[in-house]
Structure formats: C-alpha cells, structure tokens
Write a new protein. Sequence first.
Length: 806
Amino acid sequence: MKKCFLLFFVLFSFWLSADSVNFLSKPMSAGKASLAENAYTISRLLDTANFSPELQLPIQLIYNSSVEKSGPFGFAWRSPQLESTAYYDKDGVLWVTPWGEKIKFFPKDEKTPKDAIKIELYERAKKGRGFYAPYSEWEADTSKRDYAKSDSWVFHGKQDKKGWTFVYRNYKLKSITAPSGRSVEFNYEGKKLVSISQSGTNFVELGYSGHLVTSLKINGIHHELKYRSTKLQILPKTEAGNIISASRPALVSVKRGDLAPVTFTYDNFGFLNGIRQGSYSDDLVIYHQTLAERRAELKAKKNSKVKYHGFANGRILSDNQFRYAYSSALPGAVTLTDQLNQKASFNYDAQTGVFTTSEFSGKSYTIYYFMRFDAAYLGKVRKIVDSRGRDVINYRYDQLTGNVIRVWDMAGNDLNFQYGRNGKLALITRRAADQDAPEPVRSFGYDPESNLTEIRTLNARGQAVVTVALSYTPNREVEMVSDGQSRNIIAYNPFGYPVKVTNVFGQFTRRELDNYNRMVSSTDFYGVKTCYTYTPAGLISRIERKDGKKLLTSLTIAYNANGQPVSYTDQSGKVKKFERDAFGRVVKELFPDDTEVAYTYNKLGQLHTVLDQNKHKITFDWNKFGLDAKTTPAGQLTDYVHDKYGLLTGINSKENHDTAKAVKYEYDEFDRLIKIDYGNGDIEKRSYDSWGKLLSIQRGENKERYKYDYFGRLISKTGTKEKLLISYNSFGQRTKRIIERNGIKICEERIYDRYGRLLKIISGNKTVEYIYNSRNQIQQQIINGKIIEFVYTGYGQLKSKQMVEK
C-alpha cells in the first residue's frame, strides 16, 4: 500500500501543478494568525466564477490587520483576484498576481560587474529580452523603451506554465490567456473594474457607490456589500511620532442572494473583532500596543543592541476556537490553545527555511525547505522529519529547472523521475530499499504541443503492457481516452465544459449547462433526465428525474438562513428534517415516520452522544489522538488505547466494569502492524516488504505467505490449510485462480472479450457464460447449458431473471 500511496501522491501532485494556475490565495497562517507577518487574516471565498475550467476564478475577500490602506473593499480588505497590478518598483517590475503572490522581475540586460560571480540559473533566465525572475516560471516584458515609466506589462509562463499570458494596461490586469487559447477580459470604466467576461458573457459584475464596491454578481448570483465609517488609531512609524486618530470606511456586511448576511464589527482601534451570520458568532480579542510600546519597538528595530520583548500591534489573542500566544515580537512563532486546553505550536523561520509544527495530539513534524539561492528549487520542500527523528519523505530537484527528480520514503524506497527535451515528465522508475538498480513503472508520450498523449504501464523490461492513449481538441481538451479495452469520446461546450461523453458501445450521457456553466440537467444512457433548480443564492433547491414529462423521483431541499440544509422532501411528500446548532452541526434528525435521532458535541465539535430512534444512548469520548472510548446503551464500554505517538496499542471491551475482551497491537519502526495479541496466548504476527506489502501472517500454527507480481497484485497465498494461485491479464483482471484445500484442487478460469467484459467462467465441471445486449447489459447467463434470461426496465434497472427453454 505504501508503494501505491507514494506513487499516487507524487503523480497527483504532478497533475495538479503541471500547466495549471491556482488562483486561490492561501496566506501562511496558524488559525487566523499569520506566520509571515505580525498580523491576523480572515479569508472569505464568495464564489468561483465559472469561466473555462482552466480559467475558473475564485473571488476572495481577505482581511489583513497589518494593512493600513483603504481600497475598493474598504479599510484593510482586498480581493487579490480583482486587484492584481503590475508596476515598476525601484530596479525592476513588481507583479502582484491574481492569487496574491508578489514576484519581482529584473531587466535581462542589466549590467553586472566584470568580476561578479556568474550563476548558471541566472544566466539561463537572462537569455532573450525582457525581465526575469530566477525562481519563478514567469517572464515579463513591456513595449515601452523607458520601462521605469511603463504602465503596460505582459507576463508569459515558461516551463510548466508555458502558454499562460497575463496582460496589464494602466497598471491593471486586462486579460488572462490560458494554454488552451481561451481568455478572460477585465473591463474597466475609468479606473474601476466593472466586469470580467469571457466570450461575451459577464461572469463577474461589480457595482459601486463612490469608490467602494457595493455589489458583486458572480455567475449571476448577487452579493451585496455594505460599509460604515469606522474609527481607528494608526501608530507612529518613527520614535518621535504620535498616534493618529482617523476614520475609514470598513466592510460591515456581505449578503449572498437570499441568505443571512455575514456581518463584521471592529474595535475602537479599527481592528476587526467580530464575525456573525445568523446565530453563529466569532468574537476576536486583539492586542493593542501603547505608544510607549510602539516607540520601544521602533527603537529596537533601529538599534540591534536594544531588545523589544513586548507584543506587536494588531496580533490576535483569541477567537471562538483558540487562544493565541507568541514567543517573539518577530512573526513566525505561534502557539494555539483549544477549548480543551490542548496546545499546538507553529514555528516558521524564513531565514533558515525550517518550519516546525506540533499538533494538538503532541505529534510534531519539521519541514525543511531548500534555501540555495543558486538553484531553481529555492523554497521547495527538502524533507519532512517527524518527532522520532524519522525522515518521513525526502525530495531532490533538478538545479536549473526545479523539477523533482527523486522522492524517497522513511523505509528507503524511492521513486525517480526523468524528463524529456520538452521539460515534461517522461519516465518514472522505482527502487526498493534492498534493490541496487531502479525498475521502470510508467512512461509518458507527448505531441508537438506538449499535450500528454500516452501513459504507459511498464513491465520489468520497460515494455508497455497497457497504454492509455489521449487525443485533444484544438483547445487542448481531452477529446478521446482509450486503454485498449474501453474508450470514451468527450464533447465540450464553447467554454470547455464536458457536455457529452460517449463510450465504446456508442452509449452517451449528456449535460446541459446554463449561461454561467451551471448544470441544469443531465441525461443518462437510458434517456432519463435529471434536472436541477437553484435558489437565488445558487444552492440546489430541487432535483427531478424525468422520463420525458413523466416525473420518476424528486428531492426538494430547504435551507436555513446560513445556507445549510434543514429538510429534504421526496416525490411522495415524505420529509426528513434537520435541526442545527449555531455552528451548523446537526443536533437532531427527524424522519418521516415521526422518529428522531439526537446528537451532542464536545467543545471541539467532536460527536459526544447519539440518542437513537429508540431513545438508546451511545456515548463517544475523545482524547488528543482520536476516539478514546465508546459506551453502548447496554453499558458495554470499549476503550481505545494509544501510545505517545498516537498509534492504537489496544482495544479493551468491558461489561459492568469487567474486561470482557482485550486486544493489543505492536508496530515496527515504520508504524506497520506486526503483532496482534488477542489474549490467552492467541497471537498473530505479520511481516512486510519494504514497500509495506503484506508478506506473511502467522496465527498459532497456521502461517500464510503472500507473493505479488511486478504490478503489486496478489498472485500466491500459501498456508498450512490452503494454497491460492492467481493469474491476471494485462488489465489486472483475474484470468485464473487455483485453490488447494485438504488435497482438493479447484481451478477457475475466466475469459473476457475485447472490451473487458466477462464472457465465461470455467470452474471444474461448471461453466458459466454471459451474453450481452446492445445496451451493454447481461442478457443471458448460461450455466452448464441452462439459460437464465435477464429483463430490464426502460431505465436500466434489473426487472426479473427467469429460466428459459432452449
């Protein structure tokens, strides 16, 4: 399993990062406390604009307590996606990206001293014209000769971001173009952004009162924003300065559709100190520096011999979840205390690239980042070490491209990555801890446009046993995918959303989307249409399944003012209701038969009790590692025992305070279960290979051994009482199974057609055959010549099976 997980984790990371841009801003924080600066942040995702899939744009509002400026969303609030900018800054251009990152670019033709040490990474990045940022995948350019006065900039992606273009005019974002060739346009009236459109459709619209945004439409859903003049105090920037009292417009309400508004309150110093929606509330306590403390802090910054040991202004001290403590006036070190007085700490040192975390459970991890300034992998993860000093995972990268070239786990197994001339991943190999040479796993092929066209599963000789082939539309969307058995053809709407998928048998499903690319209906193979209706807030209010005009089933959903479901009503009028607490947790379910189930929670929101339909009570108790005990209505208590690392070491079942059953667990150095003690001398032992695949289980005198093929599939299980042999075809389907038990051998063979459908099972004297109809359903099952016929409804559901005469 570990091999599969490691491979999946790495591959998934590749697919997420390759070619795509993540427009979501994610400040580095612990709870609400920022780890990058002396501030706290509040981030709210209003919605995601349904531009083409690769251009989907989340619209966020982010509050930062350290900001002392007003913008279109009031004092200290901003929307990175709507306020992106680019401008000349001292010695280069500063790009404030739509995801909130700041990237500095320098002229490629900048003059350097003759005796300056040349770094290959920089020299490569400086080739050509324009501006470079050595550790990023972006380049910048401007058409103006005097670039220091330029208000127009273009940013192009390179390597994995090749094909992306961001255009700025008058210092503001004008358009984004993806590798697909599709683009979105940012439209302005004067200096105000009024809409963001694609192919003539405004997916985002902004309305103003003065310079403040008072309305936002995202995918046609209305958001109303309100402001109020709020008093604030601005501390001095010099030792001789004084506190300035001022007032600024502050965001006090955001209302989505017909939902209850989310409201914000501020203290007398101008810091956000309250968030509310309906019955939910989150009260924040903020630290305010005195004038003397601010002057002492400024003096310490000016004179290294002077130390300031007080708090920074505007740090959060508590909210409805945590209390916050800080070990230094510098940012990066925060300790959280939860409602049960459990502590978690976070310590990030930007100078050394070390990030240490200690969870509420007591588990701790240290993440080491590369801090080499001559390498493209500056700031990337080098390794993660746990509290026992084990290297959980290690990474190595190419110095000039920053591509990962090797990943290995705590057991010493590694995955290796090779790249082609186009910079794309070409080959993955693996090597177990006890292997000398790596062995092939996957290889990849690309077309001239660098689209992935083949994914090959390789055998030990490096030969492809299964190849997944992909072809593309002119907009670089996957049009066809086939693995040699199955094939799917995909059609898209003009924005690039799938609207029709046809399988190898010619069967297809359809999707209908509205003007904002929200699904309004889907039609399955059998012509059954599922229709969706939405509330003014964009929540699904009704789902109907229809055969033409005939209603088959329906589900009507009602919501509370916070947008949480409170009832489901089906086509027969039966209603299931929910009661919720202020945090949105279900505290009672009320069923159509007039029965109910009630729930309570502890201070951390973990389930504490369940009172079922018969008024029987189940109690759950928790410790810092998870479930600690469970008590049934009959009084049976189950205790879960953990060691100091959080591993489950025992389960004790008790009745009337007497232990009825106890099971103990032991683990190896890689946290794999190696021993289970069931009591009374009944012991089970397990062994594994370096990847974590189970090799043997011994319980008493019975010992079972397991063997696997090159692809990790079980091919042999031998034990004292039984022996099992399994064979597979290239697609992983079982073709043969031999079971030997008590001297009797049972052999089963399976035959498949070219589509991977099971045609025949031969087991001893028994033969089972399958015949399929044009809808890819089993039409007949023939058992030793006896025919069983399957009959289906028009909706693809099995209606009956019956024996028929030949």
